[in-house]
Design a binder for this molecule. Structure first.
Ligand code: C5P
Length: 482
């Protein structure tokens, strides 16, 4: 008989099932069974329309209340007086948009009732390995795997002993043996039991097997006059530990760094309707902005006219001409890192027409060109406000490395990303790039090194460049010794 994994369904279907099962106070699996049975028997509730939340939004963080669950936990409640705290734990987890399905051991039911756990979790509670209702399709396997994490709270000495030795004679131990998910244990027991050599051995074995422990804390025991290590962690501590395992903090190596990036072409006006431009798409600069933002940097992107969406979380200044670009770059300083990926026009029209130029019998109107400011060279040569790391690009159609090395010296920047833009490469406007990173090593007599990268997408080039930046920045400012 085939089995259906709810987690693998489309988000829209999952959302529908979750809303419907919550409304009907059934588990999602039971709801699916009801839907199938109704369908076969010719009944059937028409799907309720709903709108799923947008995948990403730059607006304010979604409110937790009423938002959809984002993760799910199988919570195994063991038999100990601390089990009362697990009821609070269910609420703390649900506040964090975590779906909770509870399993109560036989001993747990001496302390808390399945009904209380069910009312708080809004899900059916599981207690029996041989429950015909859920075991007809190996329910313990689903409980073990259709979740993102298993939490055992309280983890009693007996439950941990069974787990350490691979027992599976009840629902809780069978789930713990059958799971391929991370397990978080919140031990709770009398201090003498916690310190017993057998428990010490079991805990060490479980940790070797990959289980994570939270607590136990030290304090008074339920037994009158006894104190020591063995109190179960508070619900909030367990919920925090579970959330950390479910949603590990994303590394943000450029946090606190300000990165300034130029991208795209510039448009240099000839008259109010015509301009001089180039074929730059801005894709590489935009990809770098997104990668730096993902690494935690505060990013200002100064972009010429492009057909791209602003990267999320990045401050974008839209400009047209080279002079406007320079102005915005200067306004955005100071920065820790400046990356000049724009294809700035070298020349602009000095005698820009105030009105649309007319065709005359005298032939083509004379266009006088004057040199544009070199933004990269201007910023590289600043004294006080020079960003500590300045990176330029060299788009060349011949003698790539030699020209790029000359450019590095002429512009006064620290690194040059050189790329071959001859038409055959398809780099201009395309999605892939073959680059060479040419860097000047200030610590080694300004020695020039050339690092040639394989052909990559522009996003991969961006990620690789940001990784090099992270390495260089962290080398210059080592972590303070703790
Ligand atoms: O001189 P060239 O245009 O080849 O130099 C390319 C590098 O210089 C790129 O990093 C580009 O963004 C930057 N540049 C600039 N201002 C200019 C010309 C180029 O910032 N006017």
């Amino acid at each position: 008989m085939a089995s259906l994994t709810i987690r693998k369904l489309d988000d829209a279907v999952k959302t529908y099932l979750r809303l419907r099962s919550a409304r009907n106070r059934r588990s999602v699996e039971e709801e699916v069974r009801v839907i199938l049975r109704d369908l076969i028997e010719g009944r059937g509730e028409p799907p309720t329309p709903f709108s799923a939340p947008p995948a990403s939004s730059s607006g304010p963080a979604p409110q937790r209340t009423g938002a959809l669950p984002e993760a799910s936990i199988t919570l195994i409640i063991g038999g100990g007086i601390a089990a009362y705290k697990s009821l609070d734990l269910i609420r703390r987890l649900k506040e964090r948009r975590i779906e909770v399905r509870c399993v109560l051991t036989k001993a747990a039911q001496q302390f808390v009732t399945p009904m209380a756990a069910s009312a708080l979790s809004h899900e059916r509670v599981y207690t029996d390995l041989f429950d015909p209702q859920s075991e007809f399709d190996a329910g313990h396997i689903r409980l073990a795997r259709d979740c993102d994490l298993i939490v055992v709270a309280p983890a009693t000495a007996d439950l941990m002993a069974k787990m350490a030795n691979g027992h599976a004679d009840d629902l809780a131990s069978a789930i713990l043996l059958a799971t391929n998910r991370k397990i978080l244990l919140a031990p709770a027991m009398n201090p003498l039991m916690w310190n017993n050599a057998a428990t010490r051995r079991n805990v060490a074995q479980l940790q070797r097997d990959g289980a994570v422990l939270i607590g136990p804390n030290s304090g008074e025991m339920a037994e009158a006059g006894e104190a020591g290590i063995g109190r179960m962690s508070e619900a909030i501590e367990i919920a925090n530990a579970a959330e950390k395992l479910l949603r590990p903090p994303v590394p943000r190596p450029l946090a606190g760094k300000r990165v300034l990036i130029t991208a795209g072409p510039t448009h240099e006006p000839i008259d109010p309707v015509r301009y001089i431009a180039n074929r730059s798409s801005g894709k590489q600069g935009f990809a770098i902005a997104a990668a730096a933002q993902a690494a935690g940097a505060e990013v200002v992107l100064v972009s010429g006219p492009v057909d791209l969406d602003d990267p999320a979380g990045v401050t974008v200044k839209h400009v047209e001409s080279a002079r406007q670009m320079l102005e915005q770059v200067q306004t955005a300083l100071p920065a820790d890192i400046a990356i000049f990926a724009a294809a700035v026009a070298d020349w602009r029209v000095a005698n820009e027409g105030e009105q649309k130029l007319k065709k005359t019998s005298a032939g083509m109107p004379p266009l006088q060109l004057v040199e544009n400011p070199d933004i990269l060279a201007t910023i590289s040569k600043l004294v006080e406000k020079r960003p500590p790391l300045v990176i330029g690009f060299a788009a060349e159609t011949e003698h790539l490395i030699d020209n790029a090395k000359t450019k590095l010296a002429r512009k006064g920047c620290d690194w040059i990303v050189a790329n071959d833009v001859s038409p055959a490469t398809g780099v201009m406007g395309g999605d892939r790039n073959t680059v060479h990173l040419i860097s000047k090593n200030a610590e080694n007599n300004n020695e020039i090194t050339v690092d040639s990268w394989p052909v990559m997408t522009k996003e991969q080039v961006a990620i690789e460049l940001v990784a090099h930046i992270v390495k260089s920045v962290t080398k210059k400012s080592p972590e303070p010794a703790s």
